[in-house]
Ligand binder design. Structure first.
Ligand code: ZN
Length: 99
């Protein structure tokens, strides 16, 4: 599978969504709530699948900051003081292909 890179990342606070323009021209939007609920960090996911927490009640949570991690991922800070989630472009892109 080819590796796609974002050509632009925009955070829309009013719409509570993160928008990514991919380098092949695809445009993706991710709801802040969905990103928070799917947080891939060890604290949310656990070290094995049975340790994964079901995260709910995040409808009012928004992204407060986005930081590049190398050239393969972004680290997203949420305004519920959770900032340990590293979202790889590969993962963000494959989520997009599913829907
Ligand atoms: Zn997390």
């Amino acid at each position: 599978m080819p590796i796609f890179m974002p050509s632009a990342i925009r955070n829309h606070h009013a719409d509570a969504c993160l928008e990514i323009d991919w380098d092949d021209g695809l445009n993706s939007r991710y709801a802040h709530e969905d990103l928070r609920v799917q947080c891939p960090c060890a604290g949310c996911r656990g070290h094995t699948p049975d340790q994964a927490k079901v995260i709910t009640g995040k409808a009012d949570v928004h992204i407060s900051a986005i930081e590049m991690v190398g050239n393969y991922a972004i680290r997203i800070s949420f305004d519920d003081d959770h900032d340990t989630g590293i979202y790889t472009f590969e993962q963000l892109r494959s989520d997009q292909n599913k829907s």
